[in-house]
Design a protein around this ligand. Structure first.
Ligand code: FES
Length: 107
């Protein structure tokens, strides 16, 4: 099972073992990670699941849809070059070791 490393804003890293096929947002919410809200349930409508993907892994993710790109203009914390919506990141074996930072706020 891939292991994902979440770095909350100003807090210690959280390591999660995530089954393949589950979204990063679902995994974080299920684990009670406070820095991910996921208000729309993963429908790419709220931008409260914003994360900053470590540069080493950004190129391994599926390309961003136009809808995701548009929503990332509406995040509560500033967008960065590797910003993504975690509900659009499906965990797979190639993402084992993925590191993401969580923004200061989601709303
Ligand atoms: Fe709403 Fe990701 S959970 S956009």
């Amino acid at each position: 099972m891939p292991t994902i490393h979440l770095i909350p804003y100003g807090a210690a890293t959280i390591n999660l073992d995530v089954p393949e096929g589950v979204s990063l947002m679902q995994a974080a919410v299920s684990a009670g990670v406070a820095g991910i809200v996921g208000e729309c349930g993963g429908s790419a409508m709220c931008a409260t699941c914003h994360v900053y993907v470590d540069e080493a892994y950004a190129g391994l993710l599926a390309p961003m849809s136009p809808v995701e790109a548009e929503l990332l203009e509406c995040t509560a914390s500033d967008r960065e070059p590797t910003s993504r919506l975690s509900c659009q990141i499906k965990i797979s074996g190639t993402l084992d070791g993925l590191i993401v930072r969580l923004p200061e706020r989601q709303q």
